[in-house]
Write a protein that binds this ligand. Structure first.
Ligand code: SF4
Length: 264
């Protein structure tokens, strides 16, 4: 994607949502750190349901350690992979107290050393809790960046490096959330909602979804493609039905002969 298009893309995201924020509920960097650890392979909604009860009881490393493994499990057992997450959270709290005065470090290397905190989590915390212009690449951003043609890479690290290189500095702070929210609500994994996409004309994805049938002008333009696909699908279904019919016929005949012989 050319630099002018990249700029146009982020201008549109900015116009639609000037100050995007994480959907993980938190009021301190520590709460955000715990919420992000819990969110691995889980939904933000599920994490919020658990932390709404957990944080009023324990929102410091010491309070979390006082809960202990059993106590913490009671609050987070609705979240997938919770046994490992409980273990990591308690080990992280121990290190925060022993090495960082009970505070969440603002430093990437120190964050990445914490149990349960990988590259993506460290960058999310730096971005959302400390307003650093980092680019954590999750499954949504990986997909959206590749589809758009903004950053085509084989793995999250490749996409991250390309995004850091290509996203203009003035958009970097919010670029992570713009791309993530776009992937979560419009450019969805199985069925992107291209007809209502605000950056449709900038997108390089070849398999864009079609507009609804009632959207006449657009549907008209897409009609030849739809007709071609439908014709081909009909032919395949007819051929499969004919083959199935043919293969069923001798079996039923064989059975009826056998049945009539044994009946005799
Ligand atoms: S046009 Fe479709 S594929 Fe491209 S970014 Fe928008 S929703 Fe995603």
């Amino acid at each position: 994607m050319k630099p002018a298009k990249v700029r146009e893309l982020f201008e549109r995201f900015k116009a639609l949502n000037p100050e995007p924020v994480t959907e993980l509920e938190h009021s301190t960097p520590f709460e955000l750190l715990i919420a992000v650890i819990l969110s691995a392979q889980a939904t933000d909604k599920g994490v919020n349901i658990a932390t709404r009860k957990l944080f009023p009881v324990a929102n410091t490393p010491q309070a979390m350690l006082d809960l202990g493994s059993e106590g913490l499990t009671g609050y987070v057992k609705s979240i997938g992979l919770y046994p490992g997450k409980v273990k990591n959270i308690l080990a992280t709290c121990r290190i925060l107290l022993d090495k960082h005065g009970g505070q969440v470090p603002r430093d990437f290397a120190a964050l990445e050393e914490l149990p349960g905190v990988g590259r993506k989590t460290a960058n999310v915390v730096l971005n959302s809790a400390f307003q650093q212009p980092t680019m954590p690449v999750d499954t949504h951003i990986f997909r959206v960046a590749n589809r758009l043609g903004l950053a085509r890479g084989k793995n999250p690290r490749e996409v991250e490096d390309l995004l850091v290189e290509r996203v203009p500095a003035e958009y970097m702070l919010h670029a992570h959330h713009w791309l993530l929210l776009h992937g979560r609500y419009i450019c969805k994994a199985r069925m992107p909602e291209c007809p209502r996409c605000p950056v449709l004309d900038l997108c390089g994805y070849e398999a864009k979804t079609l507009p609804p049938a009632e959207d006449l002008p657009l549907a008209h333009a897409a009609a030849p493609r739809v007709a071609k696909v439908t014709k081909r699908a009909t032919a395949i279904v007819r051929k499969a039905a004919a083959v199935a019919k043919k293969s069923r016929t001798p079996v039923s005949r064989g059975r009826s002969r056998k049945t009539s012989r044994s009946a005799r």
